[in-house]
Design a binder for this molecule. Sequence first.
Ligand code: ZN
Length: 330
Amino acid sequence: MSEHRETRVIGIDLGGTNVRTAVVNAQGEMLARDQGITPAKEGSDAIVKAILESVGRVLTQAHMDASDLGAVGLASAGLSNPETGILYTSPNLPTLKDVPLAGLIEKELGKKVFLMNDANAAAIGELYLGTARGARNFIYVTLSTGIGAGVVINDKIYAGSAGLASEPGHMVISDEGPVCYCGSKGCWEPLASGTALAKYARQCIQEGIKTSILDYVGGDAEKVTAEDVHKAAQAGDALAREVIARTAYYVGVGLANLINIFNPELIVIGGGLSNIGDMLLEPAYEEAKRRAFPQMSDVVRFARAELGEDSGILGAGIFVLRETKGLGRL
Ligand SMILES: [Zn+2]
């Protein structure tokens, strides 16, 4: 076995809809990529099987077998313990509860599997290969169906005492706010995520506010998504613009909290909702800067994530290379 082959690893991104896998080399290049369906409702056996099938396909593409691999990085949404490899709970994978996910895959592949939170993986991806290259203290925030984040302090993911940090999607923004699936109330996620934006738009429509948003969903308010609201806003619809402005306000309040706690040099924003772009992000940044201490607002930069939907697989791969090979800066 050549040294070159030994430095190849697999990055896996387990999401509620898709399981993505990639073979990544020590230069952070993706040598092969696969995408399969996550059988999210079918339980841990079916999910593990789907992961292993995707790994099998990506290895075939790269003309490798599992014995050629250095190790495996597995990124998943939800609360997981990287020390034990146990996934406690995940909003996107409701059938998984306290599952030793890393161990189950390790047993099949015969290789060490590192389990991590998907937003932490994406933060590592952006640090090595994306928009956060050169930064030492930054926060990656994904605005998506939910809100996730990875906090990087002095080049390292801040993991907390049990490896569970960070979940700012559940910091309380408004105690009067909507009930959150986590059991709390007024969390950032049910106020500022893509799900929250669409839900608020639907509420306004059901209250009878006139809007062209319905033109994008054949008149069925139940089908309204954040993307439909964005389209209507671009066409000048007043309600759509108000819904986006309200979401931007809450995004900004949450970012101000992160700035005041961590004093980051950079905040990287990713996730599907960020595709709305300046209409959402500019007012959010302004709100954040207005609320945070000026001395901290003055030094923070905001940037869009560069790696898109590959941030998780690349970040999981890079994380493993860092852990097993002492990978320095690329
Ligand atoms: Zn919550």
